[in-house]
Write a protein that binds this ligand. Structure first.
Ligand code: SF4
Length: 304
């Protein structure tokens, strides 16, 4: 279905359910001076996720050094990293009682290490203070593998880096990124001796063609990527790249089945799926799949 830009199709109209109380999470974020990508990127799932008492933390400030045309996060000159932030994230994880936490950041091309040291400190602080598993959703660090390794050395359970879209659209959608470089980051994580689960994701509806999309999934598998998220792109405002297509829910289901056939161990695919949406469930699916495989039982890979 082609986008009209003024009206969302029925499957993208989200209703608030009465039980969703966002206030406890909002209060904690304010008290600890923490940011979330849920708020900064205007995620449509925020009421559901905050209402369930979870959030995806965004470290290294709220200003990005890049200008991706799909993204609502502010662009400009960021402030220096806050040394106390990793401990505050850890405290939030503990107080929310999270068993799995997703930590992401703006892209910090201005920092000599791209912010990788701050990621590593945050992972270590959460592991030191809680039993939560940690998923990092990182920028590409300009392809500097020593920065990728710095994050990997802190032993996140999941290393996530989104390719976001197909190679042809990079110049228009992620002008300062590079498709091959992103695959290189994922391949580095997949080859790490600490074996994190390597994960990536794409937004659909940016103008990608079917064969281009399937080519990306094949490239991700070749890079060693095990978990995948596919969701609908929604333009944050009229100033952002317009939606090219609203992809029907049935198509997301078909793509999930196809991705599982291609060897992904867990796939979340649906109009409202975001890379951090129910991330703990996706991790559990990968772990179940691996356990079944190590017990000699075949099949049963999971969509989420
Ligand atoms: S899907 Fe992710 S970014 Fe969106 S509200 Fe939930 S945790 Fe936040």
């Amino acid at each position: 279905m082609k986008a009209t830009r003024t009206r969302l199709p029925p499957w993208l109209r989200k209703r608030l359910s009465p039980g969703e109380d966002m206030q406890p999470v909002l209060n904690l974020l304010k008290e600890l001076s923490l940011r979330t990508v849920c708020q900064d990127a205007r995620c449509p799932n925020i009421a559901e996720c905050f209402g369930r008492g979870t959030a995806t933390f965004m470290i290294l400030g709220g200003v990005c050094t890049r200008g991706c045309t799909f993204c609502a996060v502010a662009r400009g000159r960021p402030a220096p990293p806050e040394p106390g932030e990793p401990d505050r994230i850890s405290e939030a994880v503990r107080r929310l009682g999270l068993s799995h936490v997703v930590v992401t950041s703006v892209t910090r091309d201005d920092l000599p290490d791209g912010g990788s040291g701050h990621f590593a400190q945050t992972i270590r602080a959460v592991h030191r203070d809680t039993t939560a598993t940690v998923e990092v959703l990182t920028p590409d660090f300009k392809g500097r593998l020593e920065d990728v390794d710095r994050v990997l050395d802190a032993a996140p359970e999941v290393f996530n880096h989104n390719v976001e879209t197909v190679a042809r659209l990079y110049a228009a959608v992620r002008p300062q990124a590079d498709y091959g470089r992103s695959l290189g980051v994922l391949a580095r994580a997949a080859g790490s001796p600490l074996s994190p689960i390597t994960k990536s994701g794409l937004m659909l509806g940016l103008g990608e063609a079917e064969d281009e999309l399937l080519a990306v999934l094949a490239d991700l598998r070749r890079a060693g990527c095990r978990a995948l998220t596919l969701g609908q792109y929604l333009a944050p405002s009229a100033a952002h790249r317009p939606v090219a297509e609203f992809v029907r829910p049935e198509r997301f289901e078909q793509l999930k089945a196809r991705a599982l056939e291609m060897g992904f161990e867990a796939v979340a695919s649906g109009p409202f799926v975001r890379s951090s949406y129910k991330a703990g469930r996706l991790l559990a699916h990968v772990m179940n799949y691996r356990e079944r495989r190590s017990n000699g039982r075949s099949g049963g890979k999971d969509g989420v």
